[in-house]
Design a protein around this ligand. Structure first.
Ligand SMILES: C[S@@+](CC[C@H](N)C(=O)[O-])C[C@H]1O[C@@H](n2cnc3c(N)ncnc32)[C@H](O)[C@@H]1O
Length: 285
């Protein structure tokens, strides 16, 4: 039984971090004419109503999306993210700069697919999976699978295009999810070592991030870049203190784009006292 509902968190600071980097990577794939495939192992519902009871419970989007959308001088990757969220989502007529529906990773990616590109979405939750299927019913480039993304991923790579990106964006609600993420990533990467992989992970007090990184290195993973944004602890013990991204096979010199991006995002998204952002190689080539 899965209890996590992404609607509580849609548009929060971690989403901003993840979705900006996701868009940057998809833009990189679009720079070449040959088609690519985007695989989202934990796709969610695809679109989130920010006036729903879920989103209104903690109004996490206010300290994420809304802060970024109303802050002066966003750098180009943030401007691109704001343009795409406005294009793929729907505006809030009562709130200038605000959104009524925040687009999830599948809708953002759909906005970047060309006629011959493809997208494979997996979602296990019995409520979210049908919503996702409905949303993409009319798009023949998109396949939606109501199944376990960890289990399915190794069988789905390499895609026939041989170019593409896998997003692993688990909810980390079950105790073994860092382990399952490690195993799924390593199994997929061994079958498709040239694919790009983007893995999101939570940063807060009790998360085994160091062990997660160590196991990936021990597993032989190469060319893996880490981007971490620390926003500071919140009063609620289980609330996120930061957002982590692992990028395997990033485009050339991607780190030189992540540093100025993180420098801009850090003060905009910070809650108070926090650690500095990090951009570093977990494993080089
Ligand atoms: C963090 S959310 C995904 C958000 C989405 N990627 C986005 O950026 O818009 C994680 C999703 O994974 C789903 N989920 C949990 N366990 C799963 C599993 N084993 N396989 C596939 N989906 C799973 C949850 O129901 C939830 O919708």
């Amino acid at each position: 039984m899965l209890s996590y509902r992404h609607g509580f968190h849609a548009g929060n600071f971690a989403e901003v971090h993840k979705h900006i980097v996701l868009i940057m990577l998809l833009e990189h794939l679009r720079a070449k004419q040959t088609p690519f495939c985007f695989v989202d192992t934990h796709a969610g519902a695809g679109s989130y109503d920010l006036r729903s009871a879920f989103a209104q419970k903690n109004r996490e989007f206010e300290s994420g999306y809304l802060r970024v959308a109303t802050h002066a001088g966003p750098p180009p990757p943030v401007r691109r993210y704001l343009d795409l969220t406005a294009q793929a989502g729907t505006p809030d007529p009562d709130r200038p700069g605000g959104l009524r529906h925040y687009p999830g990773s599948p809708q953002l990616a759909q906005a970047l697919l060309r006629p011959d590109d493809r997208m494979i979405l997996m979602e296990l939750h019995n409520t979210e999976a049908p919503l996702l299927r409905d949303l993409f019913r009319d798009d023949r480039r998109v396949a939606v699978h109501h199944r376990d993304g960890y289990e399915a991923l190794p069988g789905m790579v390499p895609p026939c295009e041989r170019r593409g990106l896998v997003l692993l964006d688990p909810a980390y609600e079950l105790r073994d999810e860092f382990i399952r993420t490690t195993e799924a990533l390593l199994a997929a990467w061994r079958k498709w070592p040239t694919g790009i992989y983007l893995v999101w992970y939570p940063l807060h007090r009790n998360q085994p991030v160091a062990a997660f990184h160590r196991k990936l290195v021990q597993g032989g993973l190469r060319k893996a870049l880490v981007s971490e944004l620390h926003v500071g602890n919140s009063d609620a013990p289980n609330r996120l203190a930061g957002s982590g991204l692992l990028i395997v096979n990033p485009p050339w010199q991607f780190e030189t784009k992540l540093v100025p991006l993180s420098r801009w995002l850090e003060p905009v998204l910070a809650r108070g006292e926090h650690a500095p952002f990090q951009v570093n190689w977990l494993a080089r080539e």
